[in-house]
Every structure is written in structure tokens, then in C-alpha cells.
Design a protein around this ligand. Structure first.
Ligand code: DP6
Length: 322
């Protein structure tokens, strides 16, 4: 009745931004990501703790009402498939700042569904887990797998599949942390505002299949330049469509922009590196391992960079010993 799972955040190279159905949290576009190592969410679930209702402790303190509500609705989705599951005590720890653009909801829900699944008899299949975690956070089913992962629109729903093992193209990621403040507008609200008010929303959605095809091809042939081009384009278009919302969403700090220019300058000088930025101020530089020292040293010198976090590609969510 007790299990612990770990999961890592993932970073989208081809971005998910926008929902075609808010009720079921159905993304309007597919996405392709890489799963990180180093950064970890560890989640313990205990169904034998005698809790009267589902309880969530996050990073050592009772979670906010909003987070607890999201976790309860995730547990309720599991209960729809496995009626009779008792209330659960959940304790979750992130090894990185929550809600600051490092995708804590992705690793959080991936770890949660994986831990709960370990106590189910019989367990749910991975496609069911992916569907449940996607309903809680659209990026989270990608963290169920390691390496390069695609979430594709599929029929009335989505399908998540690994596209390349991490060992087959071991890229590295250098994260320039430029702020530790939680973002003012979360991804879900930002996406809805964008859908309702951005004049560029339709073209963002209709352009996505082309970006996905380019990225799939680049990954299959390990073509770094091609992956750099499509990833930077997808990132900048996602931010462009969001900036054009009313009121416009600007997730970047001045430091984020300066880091972006440094990454482009490094690439012009021959270093295999490109950037991506999610709904937050941190810049993520993806590079060949041979360039990672240079990339980390260059970004560390940018005024306003608080911390440099270095990662490789990681594994999918998994159960661990308590
Ligand atoms: C910018 O998965 O956090 O990181 O489904 O509303 O929970 P919800 O959104 P979420 O959005 C992630 C947005 C992104 C891009 C991406 O990861 O694809």
C-alpha cells in the first residue's frame, strides 16, 4: 500500500501551447521533448496511513489549495478506473524550484501516477497512465519516458511514445536560471488567454505538424543543425503567439534575452548549441557534450544569471525502493 517513484522534468523542443478542449486538457498541438537527468521529483504514496482525505506534502510543507486540488483530481481519475482506492498520503520533493519554468508539474504528475500504479493490482498500462497524467498536465506524460519523446495527437486523444533512446544521441542541457520567482501567469491560464485573444493562434496551431515532422527527421538522422533550427523556431513562435495575446504574456527577463544572444553567438562561432525557453524566465541551452563546458562558462558570465544547472538526458519515471 506504499510506493515511491522518481521522475524527471522534460523540456519541449517542439512546444505544446494551447488546448483544443480545456475540460479534458487535450492539447491543440503535438510536442517533442527531451527528458532530463539530475533534476528529480521523488513522490511517496501511502494508502495505509489512515488519512481521511487525500493529503499532499510538497517540499516539506502542506501544499497550496490549488496544488492539492490538482493532485486530488489526478487521484480521482485513477479511482474512476480502480474504484475503492482509499484516501492517500502523498509526499513529494523536488530537487529544483517549483513553478519557476523548470516543469515541476510534468515530473510531479509523472512521479505521482507511477507511484500510485505500483500499488494497484493489477496495475494500469502505460497508455492509461499517460492519458491520466496528460489530463492533469499536458507535458507530464512525456516524463513517463526517457530520452527523446513525442506526444502526438491521436484520434480523440493523444499518444505518447519514445522516439530515440538517450544513449543514441547523448545531448547535454545547460540551464541558466535567471529568476526563482514563480511565474505570474501559469501555463494553463497563459494558453487559454493566447487561444482566446492572440491573432496569431490559428497559424501557430496549423504550423505545428510541419515543425513536428522536421524535428522527427532531425532526431532520426541526428542532425544537430536541423534540430537547432526547428527548436529555436518553435520556441520563438510559441513566445510570439503568447506575446500577441491581450494582455501580452512576456515570460522573459532581460537576462533571458541576453542568454539567447550569447547562445546564438556561440553557434555562429561554431559551437553546437541552441536554446529553448518555456513559460518562465530560465534559458535552456541544448548542446553537444563537447561544447557543454564552454556553454556553461559563457552563460555563467551573463549578468543576472543566478545559477547554472547542468543535465544530461535522463530515464523515464520509475518506481524506486523506499
Ligand atoms: C511552455 O504541461 O504545464 O512548457 O497542460 O496546462 O498543465 P498544462 O500545461 P503544461 O504546459 C507546458 C508548456 C510549455 C511547453 C511544453 O512543455 O511543451
Amino acid at each position: 500500500m506504499k510506493a515511491t517513484a522518481v521522475a524527471h522534468p522534460n523540456i519541449a523542443l517542439v512546444k505544446y501551447w494551447g488546448k483544443s478542449d480545456v475540460e479534458t486538457n487535450l492539447p491543440a498541438v503535438g510536442s517533442i521533448s527531451i527528458t532530463l537527468d539530475t533534476l528529480t521529483t521523488t513522490t511517496m504514496v501511502d494508502f495505509s496511513a489512515g488519512s481521511e482525505r487525500d493529503e499532499l506534502i510538497l517540499d516539506g510543507a502542506p501544499a497550496s489549495e490549488e496544488r492539492s486540488r490538482r493532485v486530488r483530481s489526478c487521484l480521482d481519475l485513477i479511482r474512476r478506473r480502480r474504484p475503492g482506492l482509499p484516501p492517500v498520503f502523498v509526499e513529494s520533493e523536488n530537487s529544483f524550484p517549483t513553478a519557476a519554468g523548470l516543469a515541476s508539474s510534468a515530473s510531479g504528475f509523472a512521479a505521482l501516477v507511477t507511484a500510485v500504479n505500483a500499488v494497484l493490482d493489477p496495475p494500469l498500462g502505460i497508455d492509461d497512465l499517460a492519458e491520466i497524467s496528460r489530463r492533469c498536465s499536458g507535458s507530464s506524460p512525456r516524463s513517463l519516458y526517457g530520452g527523446f519523446v513525442e506526444l502526438a495527437l491521436h484520434g480523440e486523444g493523444t499518444r505518447v511514445r519514445p522516439v530515440l533512446d538517450r544513449s543514441e544521441w547523448p545531448l547535454e542541457i545547460v540551464i541558466a536560471v535567471t529568476s526563482r520567482t514563480a511565474k505570474k501567469v501559469g501555463s494553463s491560464d497563459g494558453m487559454e488567454l493566447t487561444r482566446k485573444t492572440s491573432p496569431f493562434y490559428e497559424s501557430w496551431v496549423s504550423g505545428s505538424p510541419y515543425d513536428l515532422a522536421l524535428a522527427r527527421g532531425a532526431i532520426a538522422s541526428r542532425d544537430f543543425e536541423a534540430l537547432a533550427a526547428v527548436s529555436e523556431a518553435s520556441c520563438l513562435r510559441m513566445h510570439a503567439v503568447a506575446m500577441a495575446a491581450q494582455p501580452g504574456l512576456v515570460y522573459w527577463t532581460g537576462t533571458t534575452v541576453e542568454c539567447l544572444h550569447r547562445v546564438r553567438a556561440l553557434r555562429e562561432e561554431g559551437a553546437p548549441v541552441f536554446f529553448t525557453i518555456d513559460a518562465g524566465p530560465q534559458l535552456k541551452a541544448i548542446c553537444d557534450p563537447a561544447a557543454s563546458e564552454l556553454v556553461a562558462a559563457t552563460l555563467a558570465e551573463v549578468p543576472g544569471v543566478i545559477e547554472i544547472v547542468r543535465c544530461g538526458l535522463g530515464d523515464g519515471a520509475r518506481v524506486v525502493e523506499d
